[in-house]
Design a protein around this ligand. Structure first.
Ligand code: ADP
Length: 407
């Protein structure tokens, strides 16, 4: 069974064709600069890499070109588009409507549109991807997998802000959380590696990439996560400030001569470790600079690790226990020193990272010492595979059932 995974941005489409039986990636690629004259498609299949400059005026054009490549006589991996059983779309914001993946019918698409005010940049792009695809394969089963859905198990005490309840009830202002597909994937992998049932585990997952978030997963259910109403809340990130006193926004507009939009850009694009270091949002640059004696780079790393450490401590308190701590995404998978700095000094945990085991990059590994009470792991995330698995689940439990019912 072949599943096509689509992640549509405003001017890009990322895709993977996965044979879900053995979870093998048959082809993958990225179409960039859609809508511009110099649209570029980077495609990989059959062990080869292709870079194709071909104008895609819109998402529909891009999908047509991608489907053409997948079924191309020479470099294609499919005889026909009909071999694709289902298409899984990554959708950023499902709001409160969706606590799991959904078959994309008119009702669900309408709800995704209703969530546009909550994700004004992402949801419209995701919808463009869905609509473009529906044009070329109108009868295929399409599934939406939401970045927010995994966090919908948070209890009200965790997702509510302490502001008047009309803000939540009337304006949907609450904590939603993001990176849910990634947290879900690595939590399931951790349970698999530990050979334990999710229902018996208390896991803290740290997704540390350009955007970073931490989640507390209590017996298979997220009970808290660090991102909130938007991905700006939580730990310090590459260019995002993470948690700040909201009064700072007002103070910046008044004293730094910034408009509200400029202030929000300042907090989203110029802050985080980039803002503190004044050098880069990339941890490779920061680590090199810190080693060369740059104090601001060292300070940025300190702030980043300290904030994550505090969230881990808070989530252990919230769950009352912790069995595993998982690091994932660009930094979590590739920066042993950052992993060590975050865990070091948590005396109350009776846990430690083993330097030798921690010397691992982009691979699944247990990195805690044998005597550590908590198992610490690094697990490369695989959001596309998680989307494909969820798409298969919905295809088998809902789509095929509905087809059978309609015969
Ligand atoms: P995104 O959120 O864009 O998906 P990624 O998960 O790819 O981001 O993570 C990007 C981050 O990973 C960057 O800050 C980059 O510095 C960091 N990173 C990648 N490789 C390394 C490495 N070898 N050492 C330290 N940091 C790394």
């Amino acid at each position: 069974m072949k599943i096509l995974v689509i992640n549509a941005g405003s001017s890009s489409v990322k895709y993977q064709l996965i044979n879900i039986e053995d979870e093998h990636v048959m082809a993958k690629g990225l179409f960039e600069r859609i809508g511009e004259d110099n649209s570029l498609l980077k495609h990989q299949a059959k062990g080869q890499k292709f870079e194709i400059l071909r104008k895609a005026a819109n998402h529909s054009d891009a999908m047509k070109i991608i489907l053409g490549l997948l079924t191309d006589k020479e470099i294609g991996v499919l005889d026909s588009m009909n071999e694709i059983s289902a298409v899984g779309h990554r959708i950023v914001h499902g709001g409160e409507y969706f606590c799991q993946a959904q078959m994309l019918d008119d009702k669900v698409i309408k709800a995704i549109k209703e969530n546009i005010p909550l994700a004004p940049l992402h949801n419209p792009a995701n919808i463009m991807g869905i609509e473009a695809f529906a044009k070329h394969m109108p009868d295929v089963c399409m599934v939406g997998v939401f970045d927010t859905a995994y966090h919908q198990t948070m209890p009200a005490k965790a997702f509510l802000y302490a502001i008047p309840s009309e803000a939540y009830k009337k304006y949907k202002i609450r904590r939603y959380g993001f990176h849910g597909i990634s947290h879900h994937y690595v939590a399931e992998r951790a349970a698999y590696i530990l050979k334990k049932d999710m229902a018996a585990l208390h896991i803290i997952t740290c997704h540390l990439g350009n955007g970073s978030s931490v989640a507390a997963i209590n017996r298979g259910k997220v009970i808290d996560t660090s991102m909130g109403f938007t991905p700006l809340e939580g730990v310090a990130m590459g260019t995002r400030s993470g948690d700040i006193d909201p009064t700072i926004v007002q103070y910046m507009t008044e004293h730094m001569d910034l408009t509200l939009k400029e202030t929000m850009d300042y907090l989203n694009k110029n802050s985080g470790v980039l803002g503190i270091s004044g050098i880069s949002s990339d941890f490779r640059d920061l680590i090199t600079a810190a080693d060369e004696g740059n104090e601001n780079a060292a300070l940025a790393i300190d702030v980043f690790c300290y904030r994550i450490k505090k969230y881990i401590g808070a989530y252990i308190a919230a769950m009352g226990n912790v069995d595993a701590i998982v690091f994932t995404a660009g930094i979590g998978e590739n920066a042993p020193r950052i992993r060590k700095k975050i865990i070091d000094g948590m005396m109350f945990l009776d846990s430690e990272i083993c330097d030798k085991k921690n010397n691992v990059f982009g691979k699944e590994a247990v990195i805690s010492s044998d005597i550590s009470k908590v198992t610490i792991l690094t697990i490369p995330t695989n959001e596309e595979l998680m989307i494909a698995r969820e798409t298969r689940r919905i295809y088998e439990t809902e789509y095929l059932v509905s087809k059978a019912g309609s015969i």
